[in-house]
Design a protein around this ligand. Structure first.
Ligand SMILES: Nc1nc2c(c(=O)[nH]1)N[C@H]1C(S)=C(S)[C@@H](COP(=O)(O)OP(=O)(O)OC[C@H]3O[C@@H](n4cnc5c(=O)[nH]c(N)nc54)[C@H](O)[C@@H]3O)O[C@H]1N2
Ligand SMILES: Nc1nc2c(c(=O)[nH]1)N[C@H]1C(S)=C(S)[C@@H](COP(=O)(O)OP(=O)(O)OC[C@H]3O[C@@H](n4cnc5c(=O)[nH]c(N)nc54)[C@H](O)[C@@H]3O)O[C@H]1N2
Ligand code: SF4
Ligand SMILES: [Mo]
Length: 892
């Protein structure tokens, strides 16, 4: 075994928990990835996505050279040519149409340093605030809610508060799957102290509910009723902290008056929220009686047309009870992306400036202009994401540079984005992979460094700044995002972008945080004591939570504990939040409310997690989760394909009944794109309604209808090489170990000729097949030099034979005649060995295996399952699902 040559401490590139990762480089082999025991976010733990990072580092599919479009085709270009085309194109459009005619659309997956220079270029030099970020789709409502309540965008607490609390309320958060290591901290805290109450407020019964003492399955979009009701209840039942309210807040009366109108009576709140009134009262009583409460929230709150009001209705309850900024209590916005917070620090939203300066404040604009020596400061807010792409379609914005995000998949009304990009004069995309739905529309494609190659900082949900460090060489000609931005800026004739390293950018960013900041009192975001780290100090930087100042050189765990908030008068604001229903309600034509979100083992549009076979097993196909009663009404059946249609678009997925969906609701995951499925881009359906304050889209609520997607046959294909599947009405693709696996659905004749054409086999190839026309069965295997090249199994129903054992044949040096026969028989070698869909991705343990062990060995707890099968004993991401299997078997 090759000896490790070095271990580098870095930070996970996925969710906002921001786990520390240690990567050990091995020459000739993939790096060993482990949790960093010294990082306070995770103390050495990783979830399954983090643990599988090593499998995503291969260069297949990577964008390694710049490309430019010529005569409709992308072709390889030199950096000089590509950069000149970008700089020249932007400059020409600005010269002719003014700075508002160009835009940047960036991402919470950029590092702070990349983000800082992109924002500086746009707001200080090009002179427009048309730079928005995918954080608009994610955190914008929290940002707006924080600013309204606190006077600044600040998360007051820290992760430790989840362990110190006596009650943790998770609102619109599926933390078990989306913030797994933090969820496990709550889980362990509850194991140690069962009195810790966990309440989950989510229309779906998710894996997170496995830990809940109480689950309130609120009707989608009604959280403001629920928290207004809580505010009224707390006020009426003597739970207010009158001293705190008098000394440190303003606006209670108006907020209470607004809440009183519809929400004073718990029974009517329960009706509005579609929850049981006793359960609601149990929550209200528990909240009132418990001082140490953390209310954590995520996209079920933010991604709503009342998202900002949802945030403030939650914060109102914490202000009324004075539960903020102290150990074990406070409102807590869980950030999504690894650097969602860093992007906010550098002000890369169209309505903000860097360092928590305000775009709407002339003094702030002047301060930044002076600091940057900026030739052309933006004077008014720019376009927010949804409006930005509308302006592109209308031809008002003529050039857009998209960095580290995939808007053709992730924006609402995604077909509108396609039209916009098709019409746009100059589309520039910086990405690490070549083929994404968005990149296919680019005029210039710029190869960026990815995780493990790039170097800089990120800030997680608890304001903790950590280093992402490079441990791999730059592949091909890829360059760091900040370098690409600076190179374009220089070519546009701008000075002020001559940074030699990410560290120089970071120091400037840190210096700016104390610029005209009155010793950290005007703006709490202050990291000034990091401004003189030096290159070595930056390299060695240990994770620490801002503010980091001379007064608090080791960082700050909590803010506002002293009752001083960031408004000039020091008082927090209650915000009146009259409840509003979503703009589009289900009706006769579109009777179901479509909710969208994440699954455990994939990250967004799958450009990285999609490369890992280990992560593919958990949810291999796009699905439509329905209540069985609605499925019946729609004429669709579990395991079959269904079309989901809204007024904006449509998609196709397989019907599942998770058991967690209420009647009238539907749920579809967000991860599939044109690269991984024929027709499963859920963004195409989502209504482009946004919150009036934050501009964040209503991703969780679109009226839809569901109808059968009729196919005559179902099939799956395993192939060593990628296939073009235009012939199938439906296909999805996942990565296996040494092969690609497709699920297909189609119409028309199936025979040897068809199968050969599908797999790309020639007449002379080693081919065996079996057909039973009467039963609608067809199976074929293609061997090359005795090894399996591809196989296809076709049947009439969705339920085809288990596939996992077939994948193993791709590793074999030769397929034996017996294996060939079994393959054609379409049956696993032994009955009963089908492990079922993966539950534990770390050890590859399937659902059937776990259920059988529970039954046969009488296992009672997740720990016993882990002891017996190892499942759940590594990263623990699957423990909630093991819990639900234990419950299901117990109930058989
Ligand atoms: N595995 C995985 N983890 C991730 C990501 C990923 O792609 N994959 N992405 C990361 C990112 S960027 C983000 S933003 C986070 C998102 O993390 P989460 O917000 O936890 O994830 P979502 O699945 O988007 O939605 C959360 C829940 O909101 C519920 N919900 C829908 N409507 C309502 C409502 O009206 N009220 C309430 N109370 N709840 C509602 C949904 O049913 C869903 O269970 O995850 C991060 N972590
Ligand atoms: N329907 C629906 N839609 C949603 C959501 C939802 O809940 N429902 N959630 C929304 C939310 S919260 C989010 S955060 C978005 C996420 O949506 P996106 O940001 O569009 O999704 P990603 O797949 O993360 O896109 C990141 C892109 O950047 C590339 N990339 C990765 N690393 C780098 C890098 O270092 N540099 C560069 N230049 N490129 C890189 C990746 O290959 C990928 O193409 O989706 C939003 N859309
Ligand atoms: S919880 Fe998982 S995805 Fe999130 S930062 Fe940690 S390892 Fe990465
Ligand atoms: Mo997000």
């Amino acid at each position: 075994m090759a000896l490790p040559t070095a271990t580098v401490r870095t930070t996970c590139p996925y969710c906002g928990v921001g786990c520390g990762v240690s990567a050990t480089i091995r020459p000739g082999s993939i790096p060993i990835i482990a949790g960093d025991k010294q990082h306070a976010a995770n103390h050495g733990r990783l979830c399954v996505k983090g643990a599988a990072l090593g499998e995503t580092l291969g260069l297949d599919g990577r964008l390694l050279h710049p490309q430019v479009r010529e005569n409709g085709q992308l072709r390889r270009a030199s950096w000089d040519e590509a950069l000149d085309r970008v700089a020249g194109g932007l400059a020409a459009i600005v010269a002719e149409h003014g700075p508002e005619a160009v835009a940047l659309y960036v991402s919470g997956q950029l590092l702070t340093e990349d983000y800082y220079v992109a924002n500086k270029l746009m707001k200080g030099y090009i002179g427009s605030a048309n730079i928005d970020t995918n954080s608009r789709l994610c955190m914008a409502s929290s940002v707006a809610g924080h600013k309204r309540a606190f006077g600044e965008d600040i998360v007051p607490g820290c992760y430790e508060d989840f362990e110190l609390a006596d009650m943790v309320v998770l609102v619109g958060s599926n933390a078990a799957w989306c913030h797994p290591t933090l969820f496990q901290r709550i889980l362990r805290a509850k194991e140690a102290r069962p009195a810790l109450q966990v309440v989950v407020i989510d229309p779906r019964r998710t894996a997170t509910c496995e830990l809940a003492d109480l689950h309130l399955p609120v009707k989608s979009g009604t959280d403001v009723w629920l928290f207004n009701g809580l505010l009224c209840y707390l006020a009426r039942h003597g739970a207010a902290d009158a001293d705190f309210v008098a000394a440190h807040t303003a606006g209670l009366e108006a907020a209470l008056a607004a809440a009183d109108v519809d929400c004073a009576d718990p029974a009517s709140v329960a009706r509005a929220c579609r929850v049981d009134v006793q359960a609601l009262l149990a929550f209200y009583e528990g909240f009132a009686a418990t001082r140490k409460v953390v209310t954590a929230y995520s996209q079920g709150v933010n991604q709503s047309s009342s998202g900002t009001d949802k945030v403030n209705s939650i914060i109102n309850c914490h202000l009324l009870t004075g539960r903020i900024g102290r150990a074990g209590m406070g409102p807590f916005s869980l950030t999504g992306q690894p650097n969602a917070m860093g992007g906010r620090e550098v002000g890369a939203l169209a309505n903000m400036l860097a360092a928590h300066l305000e775009l709407g404040n002339a003094e702030h604009r002047a301060a930044l202009r002076d600091f940057w020596d900026a030739p052309r400061m933006a004077a008014k807010p720019g376009l927010k994401a949804v409006d930005l792409f509308r302006a592109v379609e209308e031809g008002k914005v003529k050039a857009v540079w998209i960095m580290a995000t995939n808007p053709l998949v992730s924006l609402p009304d995604a077909e509108q984005v396609r039209r916009a990009l098709d019409r746009c004069e100059l589309v520039i995309a910086s990405d690490i992979v070549g083929a994404t739905d968005t990149n296919l529309h680019a005029d210039v494609l710029l190869p960026a460094l990815g995780w493990g190659e790039k170097d800089g900082t990120v800030t997680n949900s608890e304001r903790c700044i950590s280093r992402q460090r490079a441990f791999l060489p730059a592949p091909g000609e890829a360059r760091a995002d900040w370098r690409i931005v600076c190179e374009v800026a220089r070519r546009m004739g701008f000075t002020g972008f001559d940074y030699a390293s990410a560290h120089e950018i970071f120091e400037e960013h840190a210096r700016l945080s104390s610029w005209r900041n009155e010793g950290g009192t005007a703006r709490l975001f202050d990291v000034s004591s990091l401004a003189s780290l030096g290159a070595q100090g930056y390299d060695d930087l240990e994770p620490l939570q801002w503010p980091v100042t001379d007064a608090a050189p080791a960082g700050t765990r909590r803010l506002f504990g002293d009752g001083r908030f960031a408004w000039p008068d020091g008082r927090a604001r209650f915000v009146a939040t009259p409840p509003r229903a979503p703009m589009h309600a289900p009706d006769g034509a579109y009777p179901l409310a479509l909710n969208t979100g994440r699954v455990r083992d994939q990250w967004h549009t799958m450009t990285r997690t999609g490369k890992s076979p280990r992560l593919a097993g958990h949810v291999p196909e796009p699905f439509v989760d329905l209540h069985p009663h609605d499925a019946l009404l729609c004429g669709v059946r579990e395991g079959e394909l269904a079309r989901v249609t809204s007024a904006w678009g449509e998609m196709v997925g397989r019907v599942v009944h998770s058991g967690g969906i209420a009647r009238g609701d539907a749920f579809v995951p967000i991860h599939w794109s044109g690269q991984t499925a024929s027709d499963a881009r859920v963004g195409a359906l989502v209504n482009p309604v946004v919150d009036p304050v934050s501009g964040e889209p209503e991703f969780k609520h679109t009226p839809v209808r569901v109808s059968p997607f009729v196919v005559e046959w179902h099939a799956f294909v395993l192939s060593r090489t990628d296939l073009t599947l235009d012939a199938a009405a439906y296909w999805t693709r996942v990565q296996g170990e040494g092969f690609v696996r497709y699920e297909l659905g189609g119409r028309g004749r199936v025979d040897g000729q068809w199968a050969r054409a599908l797999l790309g086999a020639r007449e002379e190839d080693d081919w065996t097949e079996y057909q039973d026309r009467g039963a609608g069965a067809y199976r074929a295997a293609w061997l090359a030099d005795g090894r399996l090249q591809a196989c296809v199994l076709v049947g009439r129903r969705g339920a085809l034979p288990p596939r996992d054992w077939l994948g193993g044949l791709f590793a074999a040096e030769a397929v034996t005649p017996a294996q060939r026969a079994i393959l054609l028989a379409g049956r696993a070698p032994r009955q009963g060995v089908d492990p079922g869909p993966t539950v534990c991705a770390c050890f590859g343990v399937g659902r059937n295996t776990i259920c059988a062990a529970i039954r046969e060995r009488g296992l009672q707890t997740a720990a016993e399952v882990s002891g017996c099968l190892k499942a759940g004993s590594n990263c623990g991401s699957c423990l909630p699902e093991i819990g639900s299997l234990l419950a299901a078997v117990a109930g058989e």
